[in-house]
Design a protein around this ligand. Structure first.
Ligand SMILES: CSC[C@H]1O[C@@H](n2cnc3c(O)ncnc32)[C@H](O)[C@@H]1O
Ligand SMILES: [Zn+2]
Length: 432
């Protein structure tokens, strides 16, 4: 039996208090086995958390991890133009090897910035699952189906693949990979396909993840065509339930917020992407007040342009206040909970908190820095002042993924070189 002791630091507890404590994790079960007074616990191996804060590993509730290859390729456009003119033509050239290279780069970036779990939507999901396995992280993965612009055979094949991937990969990487059925959005998957395939997903108890109500341009055609708000239409199809979470949820009215709350449907809020694409401001405080579980996601690196969840917490707090016209809205503690416990609840993992019995997924923040001085309130620092580069160690499932800022699960230099080569050749092919 092998146990790892995270020692000498302060610890963020589930009630958001901070105390001096040591954390003992079992590398066999992958769980936290004790959180106790400094100096009272022993382990076979130690991680030095002195001058540090031990926090739950962050949960990125919505991303497209392999899109690191498209980082900085097309900026300063709204969603529709960005996808149709820039992103989709390049994605049409992606190979499985490209996706593997992009996913590894994104996972390294996440480990370096304290993220231990992600929810991903993309293609070539076996490659992504293998990369997650090697990274030692936790993930909810799926193949994203799009039917617009496809003939019936291709449309069905996409939806079948989304179901098959969700059935096949659930439980991969020793249970660290879970899956979702993924219609891309309510406007990019036709109604006849949603009505046929969603019941199949529900019959198999598959969770569902989709983009919804991201831009006004996505809402209007649904209201025009179906005479219903998008989430009423989604509910009519059976898409909303306790195992579903939608990405974005920006343009939701009061009736849709009630629907999300009544059905137990969660929201993965993506503040940076929503600002960069000028999609709008999600009413996050209203969602939370209604009892909706709201997590935080970076979206892909092409619309962010990084995968740093500390940036995302800060953005969520800032834009949440603007949206509510209230400086007390979406406060520091709330965004920390959104990026940890709420994200874990959306993804269905027993993580997001430093507590005996929880998954041993954690990060140690180095507090010995000018921008973190003085330390009046460490929850405030997590929300507003810490950067991903302040992370000293990252642990998932009891295994050390990064020790003293050195990533142990990948050769970081090789991953970066390979991703750069794949990105260059991908863009060349797309330009031909
Ligand atoms: C097939 S995987 C996901 C699909 O979605 C595209 N995408 C990336 N960001 C967004 C976004 O904010 N809204 C909608 N779709 C997005 C991505 O490029 C893939 O094609
Ligand atoms: Zn997305």
């Amino acid at each position: 039996m092998s146990e790892l002791l995270v020692t000498g630091g302060q610890v963020l507890r589930p009630d958001l208090t901070v105390e001096r404590a040591d954390v003992l994790v079992s590398q066999d079960s992958g769980d936290i086995v004790a959180v106790d007074d400094p100096g009272t616990l022993d382990g076979d191996d130690e991680l030095d958390a002195s001058d540090g804060l031990v926090i739950p590993g962050l949960v990125n509730a919505h991303t497209h991890v392999a899109m690191t290859l498209l980082r900085g390729l097309a900026d300063d456009k709204p969603l529709d133009a960005w996808l149709q003119e820039d992103v989709w033509p390049v994605e049409a050239e992606l190979t499985a090897d490209d996706i593997r290279a992009g996913a590894e780069l994104g996972l390294v970036e996440m480990i370096r910035s304290g993220t231990t779990a992600l929810s991903d939507m993309y293609f070539e999901v076996e490659e992504i699952a293998d990369a997650v396995d090697q990274a030692g992280m936790r993930a909810v993965l799926g193949f994203t189906a799009v039917t617009v612009g496809k003939d019936d055979e291709a449309a069905r094949s996409d939806l079948e693949e989304s179901l098959d991937v969700a059935r096949k990969l659930d439980g991969a990487a020793d249970g660290r990979v879970r899956t979702t059925f993924q219609p891309h959005s309510l406007t990019t998957v036709g109604e006849e396909y949603l009505r046929e395939f969603v019941p199949q997903a529900l019959e198999d108890d598959l969770s569902i993840h989709l983009h919804a109500n991201e831009t006004r341009d996505e809402v209007t055609p649904i209201v025009d065509e179906h005479g219903q708000r998008p989430l009423a239409y989604a509910d009519d199809i059976g898409l909303l339930d306790g195992d579903t979470y939608v990405a974005h949820g920006v343009h939701v009215d009061d009736s849709e917020i009630d629907l999300l709350a009544e059905t137990g449907t969660g929201v993965a809020h993506c503040p940076a992407s929503n600002m960069k694409l000028a999609s709008g401001m999600a009413p996050v405080q209203d969602l939370l007040d209604a009892g909706v579980t709201v997590g935080i996601g970076t979206d892909g690196a092409a619309s962010n342009n990084d995968l740093d969840m500390f940036d995302e917490m800060r953005d969520a707090a800032m834009i949440g206040k603007l949206a509510a016209d209230d400086a007390s809205a979406v406060d520091a503690g709330t965004v920390v909970e959104m990026a940890t416990a709420n994200g874990a609840a959306l993804l269905g993992f027993d993580s997001g908190r430093i507590e005996t019995g929880a998954n041993a997924d954690l990060a140690v923040i180095d507090l010995d820095a000018p921008h973190l001085t003085p330390a009046h309130d460490l929850v405030s620092h997590l929300a507003y002042a810490v950067h991903g580069s302040d992370v000293r160690h990252t642990v998932c499932d009891g295994e050390v993924l990064m020790r003293d800022r050195t990533v142990e699960v990948f050769d970081e230099q090789a991953v970066r070189e390979r991703a750069s080569e794949h990105a260059a050749s991908l863009v060349e092919r797309a330009d031909d």
